[in-house]
Write a protein that binds this ligand. Structure first.
Ligand code: FE2
Ligand code: FE2
Length: 345
């Protein structure tokens, strides 16, 4: 524990240092360098011009509403808010470092992509710093040791996985921010901390990041024939949407604090994202079909059975054997979902 200056309240506050763990990612730089920004000039120019406009430049200013102590938020509510801030702070730092490094690595080989990544790293740094300050309101200061390069362990993602997962994570977070913003506008009684009122600009920033990746995805579709491109697209959508949906139970208390039902929130987020990405993709999943989420619920039951086996006292071999039928059921459901009727992008 140590004292730090709170310039807003003009006083010193006691803070405890916490570890946040951003992920460090990279991908095939040669393939990124080769992205054809000339044939898709208009789309890339638009995406980069939108980032250059810096619409949210003056949006993240801690106004008078922050000039107070937040010590009245205690117990579980305080723990949940800190968990939320830490989780997003780590994600924003992760994006900042990723985009900053990509921008640097592409400087000589692909100036349009390099510019885009540099502008996105500016936004992510702004978001991370805003969350950093918010954590101080709750007497928590994230350790920034991870900014030192020697402490990082990088995960190299295959190129297609990288562009689809980053594209969708930007679009999903954009949807997350605007859904919470609109919900709290309609139900201000749940707005327990002013950060949520910044979520509209935040959503717009993430949406612009998604559009930039949308341009990269479009430029890649030319390399595969229609059928393969559609199958790859369906595969990534299914994988990322199901991984997102499987997280809903671990965030249920957090969303309940804001007056939202976790399952309903995740279903509607995935449906909204799916609808918003049809402009960039050759095909989208039919997530309006109620069977889609019913089947994912069955997978969740098998996942939780496997978790129970994991914490049992049996030996490793027996655990593995007992988990096989659950893994096979999940795999067969996923294959059936992949074969489900899709919708035109
Ligand atoms: Fe961000
Ligand atoms: Fe972003």
């Amino acid at each position: 524990m140590e004292y730090v200056e709170n310039t807003q309240l003009n006083t010193k506050i006691l803070v405890k240092e916490t570890l946040i763990s951003p992920g460090f990612y990279t991908t095939n730089i040669r393939k990124l360098s080769n992205v054809d920004t000339v044939s898709f000039q208009e789309i890339f120019n638009n995406a980069v011009a939108n980032l250059k406009n810096d619409y949210s430049k003056d949006k993240y200013i801690r106004d008078d509403r922050f000039n107070q102590s937040w010590d009245h938020i205690q117990g579980e509510a305080q723990e949940l808010i800190i968990k939320l801030l830490e989780m997003y702070c780590a994600a924003e730092y992760s994006g900042f470092i990723l985009y900053k490094e990509l921008s640097y690595q592409l400087k000589e080989t692909n100036s349009i992509l390099s510019d885009g990544f540099s502008l996105m790293s500016r936004d992510e740094a702004r978001h991370a710093s805003f969350l950093n300050k918010a954590l101080l309101d709750f007497h928590v200061r994230p350790s920034l040791d991870f900014l030192k390069k020697e402490h990082r362990q990088y995960i190299s993602l295959p190129f297609s996985w990288f562009i689809y997962s980053t594209y969708l994570s930007e679009k999903i977070s954009s949807c997350y921010y605007i859904t919470i913003f609109e919900h709290l506008q309609a139900h201000p009684e749940y707005s327990i901390y002013p950060i949520f009122s910044f979520y509209k600009s935040w959503s717009e920033d993430e949406n612009r990041h998604g559009d930039f990746f949308g341009a990269i995805i479009k430029s890649q579709l030319q390399f595969s024939n229609g059928l393969i491109a559609k199958l790859i697209c369906k595969f990534f959508l299914l994988l990322i949407f199901s991984m997102t949906y499987f997280k809903y139970k671990s965030n249920d208390k957090l969303l309940a604090l804001l007056g939202l039902d976790a399952r309903e929130y995740y279903v509607s987020t995935i449906q909204k994202v799916n609808n918003s990405i049809r402009k960039d993709l050759p095909v989208i999943l039919d997530v309006e079909d109620p069977h889609f989420f019913e089947k994912l619920d069955i997978c969740l039951l098998h996942i939780s059975e496997n978790k129970k086996i994991n914490i049992s006292n049996q030996n490793m071999f027996l655990k593995l054997l007992r988990k096989i039928p659950h893994h096979l059921t999940i795999l067969s459901i996923m294959l059936r979902l992949l074969m489900m009727k899709s919708m035109r992008g």
